[in-house]
Design a protein around this ligand. Structure first.
Ligand code: ADP
Ligand code: MG
Length: 330
């Protein structure tokens, strides 16, 4: 690397000014942080690997935002407010243009969410970005995968399947330019710029029992909630929220038939799936509406063990795929 590791940290990753709770930030052996007295610390980490979690041509700015978004999304699913992050960066080379774009986008997103960078690690090697995010929730006020109860309604934020369509477009664009149509731009945008539902999670936590963020597909992720809660569920497939972009794709490429696997069994949506007692649904809908966020009731938690997907005639449907798995052979 032409730039020394220390110059690089100094130039691109040393935050200016003070941040709440940060007694010592970047520059010492470790950060020294103070958690507010009435709060619990919520910690998560996620790695993005070039070629695995983003296509090699992804811009530095998009990688920076996605690395933060996937971590903030995990905090949102707990009902936590993000406060601090660390950043472990492995770079093939110290390219100033790449670093400028990456650190600029990283800083802007931290500012948007009121979060401070408090430390990290910088090494040479194949491109990999690991963020650890720390946040707070009020004592005892959190959503857990294990807390769903039979009779709970199941809700999802936003729309599902757009990132899957975006990935499909990128993968096919090289041999068929039709996939580069601007009609698909919103889907590619969803893939590259996931919106962590932090503000919604923070308010929903008072009304919900269980939550998970959708990184591997609705069925796989809801499956984790159900197995940890020892419950089953009935999902009404025609209720699943689908964007205009995805509906147009189904009209043009699938004879108007929704591809349920694309909607419910592929990853990268970063929406929240929550369970709540039926009498809390009204409050949750009001919170979502105040945030101009779509929130959809898609089914119910049952005391069985199965995750049943039902069609418009309430008949069970078996889907070809159930979700993204890291160790499956391609
Ligand atoms: P050590 O050798 O003790 O691990 P480093 O040289 O790795 O220390 O890091 C020096 C300081 O810079 C530490 O405070 C560390 O947290 C911070 N740091 C290193 N890399 C980054 C980075 N990419 N982003 C933010 N802080 C970083
Ligand atoms: Mg180090």
């Amino acid at each position: 690397m032409s730039l020394s590791e220390f110059d690089l940290i100094e130039r691109y990753f040393t935050p200016q000014g003070e941040a709440p709770g940060v007694l010592v930030g970047v520059g010492d052996d470790a950060a020294l942080l103070r958690v507010p007295a009435d709060c619990e610390l919520v910690v998560t980490t996620d790695t993005l690997l070039a070629g695995r979690h983003f296509p090699p041509q992804t811009t530095a700015a998009d990688i920076a935002r996605k690395a933060l978004a996937v971590n903030f999304s995990d905090l949102a699913a707990m009902g936590a407010k993000p406060a601090w992050v660390t950043l472990a960066l492995t770079l093939p080379e110290a390219d100033p243009d790449w670093l400028q774009a990456f650190s600029g986008a990283f800083r802007r997103m931290l500012d948007e969410f009121g979060v401070a960078l408090v430390g990290g690690d910088t090494t040479g090697g194949p491109l990999s970005v690991t963020v650890q995010a720390m946040g707070f929730c009020r004592r005892g006020q959190r959503m857990l995968r294990s807390q769903a109860r039979p009779g709970d309604r199941i809700l999802v934020t936003g729309t599902l399947g757009d990132a899957a369509l975006g990935l499909h477009c990128l993968q096919n664009a090289c041999h068929d330019p039709a996939w580069r149509s601007p009609d698909f731009a919103p889907a590619i945008d969803r893939l590259n710029h996931p919106q962590p539902r932090v503000a919604f999670g923070r308010e929903a936590v008072r009304h919900c029992r269980a939550a998970i963020d959708l990184s591997d597909g609705l069925l796989a992720d809801l499956g984790h909630v159900l197995s940890q809660s020892h419950c089953g569920a009935r999902i009404h497939l025609p209720s699943l929220p689908v964007s205009e972009t995805l509906q147009a794709y189904f009209r043009r490429h699938c004879q108007g038939q929704p591809d349920w696997s694309m909607i419910a069994a592929q990853g990268d949506d970063y929406e929240l799936c929550l369970t709540a007692p039926a009498d809390e649904v009204g409050s949750l809908m009001a919170i979502a509406q105040a945030q101009s966020l779509r929130l959809t009731d898609i089914g119910t938690v049952t005391d069985g063990r199965e995750l049943l997907c039902l069609d418009q005639d309430e008949q069970p449907v078996t889907l070809a795929r159930t979700g993204y798995r890291h160790f499956d052979s391609p």
